[in-house]
Design a protein around this ligand. Structure first.
Ligand code: ZN
Length: 214
């Protein structure tokens, strides 16, 4: 049975799909990275929640994955590798550095593959990319993130991509800064913002303590 996969359908977040994918690994540069993708169903659930995969197709894919565990495992590890490639490209740009050319080359190769299978279609109000797919196409969870990465890289919005400023603990969370004056620094104030402020306060206190002793 064939299904129609459409880009940009049902997105429930203001963050682009490619950025959302990179954030399925938290604290990636810290002491205790937190992985959200432990098995194929995890990435399928992520894609379904992001609107990248329709629910009905996800059910078929989940069934196919359970019947073909080694295929599903391969797709998952490949997806995680590609996630890190996407992360490295956007993280470099967030730090105003030129991305690694091997990463860009790899993204281009994958993009070519994904676009070979795509076509543009009118969705009632604008053109979108769409793919004919089957439940056996386990790697279709990545098609939309790859297109989203290419879209964002050539968009004017690219200057809004930032990485959480909590580098001391290796947060590594990427986000699109929607503030007017591009002032957002943290993944969230409650998480890294307050922790960094508390740490800086503690450092100041320690310095003061040392000055008093000397
Ligand atoms: Zn953070």
């Amino acid at each position: 049975m064939e299904w129609l996969l459409r880009s940009g359908v049902g997105q429930k977040s203001d963050q682009p799909v490619c950025i959302s994918l990179t954030n399925t690994l938290e604290w990636r540069s810290g002491k205790h990275p937190k992985e959200f993708l432990h098995n194929y169903v995890d990435i399928l659930t992520w894609a379904r929640k992001r609107g990248a995969i329709p629910n009905e197709l996800a059910v078929g894919m989940s069934l196919y994955a359970s019947e073909h565990p080694s295929d599903a495992e391969k797709v998952l590890s490949d997806a995680k590798r590609k996630r890190e490639m996407i992360y490295r490209i956007f993280s470099s740009l967030a730090h105003h550095l030129e991305p690694n050319s091997d990463d860009v080359k790899e993204l281009n190769e994958i993009l070519l593959n994904v676009l070979t299978r795509a076509q543009i279609a009118w969705n009632g109000s604008r053109f979108v990319l769409e793919w004919n797919t089957k439940a056996q196409d386990l790697n279709c969870v990545l098609w939309e993130p790859i297109v989203s990465a290419a879209d964002l890289l050539i968009s004017v919005e690219i200057n809004r991509v930032k990485e959480c400023a909590n580098e001391e603990e290796g947060c590594g969370f990427l986000f699109l800064d929607e503030s007017k004056n591009l002032s957002r620094k943290w993944c969230s104030m409650a998480e890294c913002g307050n922790r960094s402020k508390a740490r800086r306060f503690q450092q100041k206190q320690n310095m003061r303590g040392r000055e008093m002793q000397s």
